[in-house]
Design a protein around this ligand. Structure first.
Ligand SMILES: Cc1ncc(COP(=O)(O)O)c(C=O)c1O
Length: 350
C-alpha cells in the first residue's frame, strides 16, 4: 500500500532530477563566502524579492530568528498574530535568543488588520515599558489555514509601521504559494518589508534551506548572527543546488497542490460533522474541525492511517491536511473518498 502523506508539505523527498543537480553542484566553503552555488542562490533570491542581498540558512526558523535578533535589542517587543509560527512553533526563540517579548494580536485566521495594531505602540519615554520595535507577518499563514494576506492590508500596515519607525519582517515560508495563487510578483509582496524569509523545503520540495533577504548592511549583520546561532555551513552548495532547482521547476506547479487541496476541501465541506476552518481554502493547507458526535482528531487520524493516509491531528478536534509535490490528483481524490468512509463509519469502541 502506498502511503499518502498529508501531514505537512515538509515531507517531500528530492526528485531524481533534483538529486542529479545536487550531485553535480560546484561547492566551496560557504563560511568563507567561497561556495559558488550558494552565492548564485543568494543572488537569485535577492533579485527575485527586489532586495539588495540574501543569506542562505538551514531552516525557516533560523531565518526568522536571525531577523528578530538583528532588528531588536533585549527588552524590545515584537507585534505579531496570536497563531503565527514565530510565536508558536519556534521554541520561544524571540525570548530565548533575543530577549524579545511577543505581543500577540488575534487576527482573522492569522490576518491582522491595521486597526488592531494602531494603538499598540508603547510610549518609548516611559521607563516602565518594553519598546515596540517590529512587526512580523506571515504569508501564507500556516495556522490560519494557508490563508493569503490581502496585499492592501500589508500595504496599510507597512505604511503605518514605517511612519512610526517600526521594522517589518515577513515570514514568507510559503510566500511561493501566495505568489502562484494571486499572480502578484515576489517583489511586490516583499517591498513592504525590511526583511523577508522564504523556505525551499516546504512546497518547493528541497530537502532543507531557507533564505533571508533585505538591505546589504542588514544581511551582513545577519551573516554574523547566522554564525552565532550555529548556522554557518561549509560545502552547502549541494543543498543550494536543490533550492535553485526548486525555484526553477517547482514554483508554478504549486497550482496543482492548490487544485488538489480543493478536492479534499470540497469533500470536507460536504461531510456532516467536519468543518473547514477557515471555510475557504486559499492554497495547499486544509485545516478542519471535527464535531464530537463523529469522533475526535486522534481517532480519525488513526483510522485514516490504517488506510495508508497520514494527516495531522492538531488538538483534540482540529486536523490539518496538506497537499504537496508528492501528492497526486488521484491521491487527493482517494483521500476525499476515504474521509467520507471513515467519518460515515461509527468509531470502534476500544
Ligand atoms: C509559516 C512557517 N514559518 C516558518 C517555518 C519554519 O520552517 P523550518 O521548519 O524550516 O524551521 C514553518 C515550518 O513549517 C512555517 O510553517
Amino acid at each position: 500500500m502506498t502511503t499518502i502523506d498529508l501531514r505537512s508539505d515538509t515531507v517531500t523527498r528530492p526528485t531524481p532530477a533534483m538529486r542529479a543537480v545536487m550531485n553535480d553542484a560546484p561547492v566551496g566553503d560557504d563560511v568563507f563566502g567561497d561556495d559558488p552555488t550558494v552565492n548564485k542562490l543568494e543572488e537569485r533570491v535577492a533579485h527575485l524579492l527586489g532586495k539588495e542581498a540574501a543569506l542562505f540558512v538551514p531552516s525557516g526558523t533560523m531565518s526568522n530568528q536571525i531577523a528578530v535578533n538583528i532588528h531588536t535589542h533585549p527588552g524590545d517587543e515584537l507585534l505579531c498574530d496570536l497563531n503565527c509560527h514565530i510565536y508558536n512553533y519556534e521554541a520561544g526563540g524571540p525570548a530565548v535568543l533575543s530577549g524579545v517579548t511577543c505581543r500577540t494580536l488575534d487576527g482573522d485566521h492569522g490576518i491582522l488588520d491595521l486597526s488592531q495594531l494602531e494603538d499598540q505602540i508603547r510610549n518609548p519615554d516611559d521607563p516602565h515599558l518594553v519598546k515596540t520595535r517590529m512587526v512580523a507577518l506571515e504569508n501564507t499563514h500556516n495556522r490560519g489555514g494557508g490563508r493569503i494576506y490581502p496585499i492592501e492590508k500589508i500595504e496599510a500596515i507597512s505604511r503605518w509601521a514605517r511612519k512610526h519607525g517600526l521594522i517589518m519582517h515577513l515570514d514568507g515560508a510559503r510566500l511561493w504559494n501566495a505568489i502562484v495563487a494571486t499572480g502578484i510578483a515576489a517583489r511586490e509582496w516583499a517591498k513592504h518589508f525590511d526583511t523577508v524569509s522564504v523556505c525551499f523545503s516546504k512546497g518547493l520540495g528541497a530537502p532543507a534551506g531557507s533564505a533571508l533577504a533585505g538591505p546589504k548592511a542588514t544581511i551582513a549583520k545577519a551573516r554574523r548572527v547566522r554564525k552565532l546561532f550555529g548556522g554557518g555551513m561549509r560545502q552547502v552548495g549541494i543543498l543550494a543546488a536543490a533550492c535553485i532547482y526548486a525555484m526553477d521547476h517547482h514554483v508554478e506547479r504549486l497550482a496543482d497542490d492548490h487544485r488538489n487541496a480543493q478536492i479534499i476541501a470540497r469533500a470536507i465541506a460536504d461531510i456532516p460533522g467536519l468543518h473547514l476552518e477557515p471555510p475557504e481554502v486559499d492554497t495547499n493547507l486544509i485545516w478542519f474541525r471535527v464535531d464530537r458526535e463523529v469522533g475526535n482528531a486522534k481517532d480519525i487520524t488513526a483510522r485514516l492511517k490504517e488506510a495508508g493516509i497520514l494527516v495531522h491531528a492538531a488538538g483534540s478536534q482540529k486536523m490539518r491536511a496538506c497537499t504537496h509535490l508528492d501528492v497526486s490528483k488521484a491521491q487527493a481524490e482517494q483521500t476525499a473518498e476515504m474521509l467520507r468512509k471513515v467519518v460515515a463509519t461509527p468509531a470502534r469502541v476500544s
